[in-house]
Design a protein around this ligand. Structure first.
Ligand code: 5GP
Ligand code: MG
Ligand code: MG
Length: 179
């Protein structure tokens, strides 16, 4: 697996440090509030698991899954709900936990979908932000790292469902895509 990596964008140590900082910020912001964190399958899972344990207040969590049509390393625009929440967002402060904002289409869909259910508040935390690729005007409220316009894998992010279990974030060698 490691042989396929051209370069490391974010090391395991950098991830750990930044996730702890985000956890502290979120802890301060939501202290005394009824927090529901929503992890977005599948990419956000490692980030989600690490982040919630750095949030030092009582919280609930749930998951959603969405898919965007298109080939494996490109999103096309149409977003579809694959798995809905099991919990109500009513009377909750909701925090969406995502892996990456790229075009922004996925988060726009999620935000509009959840706002219709009238939570007390709705914010977004993403691990990564690729602002160069944005197609819609949406910004995360908290973001781990801004990255250049390159296809990232690792720590939940996949290429063809692989590489999610890397402990760091990297970029694949071009030969991987040529097969
Ligand atoms: P969007 O374009 O809607 O903002 O992002 C849609 C989804 O595409 C993300 O949640 C993520 O799963 C995937 N994606 C976007 N950029 C990357 C990337 O650099 N690497 C990987 N592995 N997935 C990405
Ligand atoms: Mg995602
Ligand atoms: Mg993917």
């Amino acid at each position: 697996m490691e042989r396929k990596i051209a370069k490391v964008l974010i090391t395991e140590e950098q991830l750990k440090k930044r996730v702890a900082e985000l956890g502290e910020q979120i802890t301060n912001e939501y202290f005394g509030k009824d927090l529901l964190t929503i992890g977005i399958f599948k990419g956000a899972v490692p980030f989600f698991a690490d982040l919630i344990r750095q949030i030092r207040i009582p919280l609930r969590y749930d998951f959603m899954a969405v898919s965007s049509y298109g080939s494996s390393n490109r999103s096309s625009g149409a977003v579809r709900l694959l798995k809905d929440l099991e919990t109500s967002v009513e009377d909750k402060h909701v925090l969406i936990v995502e892996d990456i904002v790229d075009t922004g289409l996925t988060l726009k869909y999620l935000k509009e979908n959840l706002l219709r259910r009238q939570p007390l508040s709705l914010k977004i935390v993403t691990l990564l932000d690729k602002p160069e690729r944005r197609q819609v005007d949406i910004q995360p409220d908290y973001n781990g790292f801004v990255i250049p316009n390159e296809f990232a894998v690792g720590y939940g992010l996949d290429y063809d469902e692989m590489y999610r279990n890397l402990t760091y974030i990297g970029v694949l060698k071009p030969e991987v895509y040529e097969k």
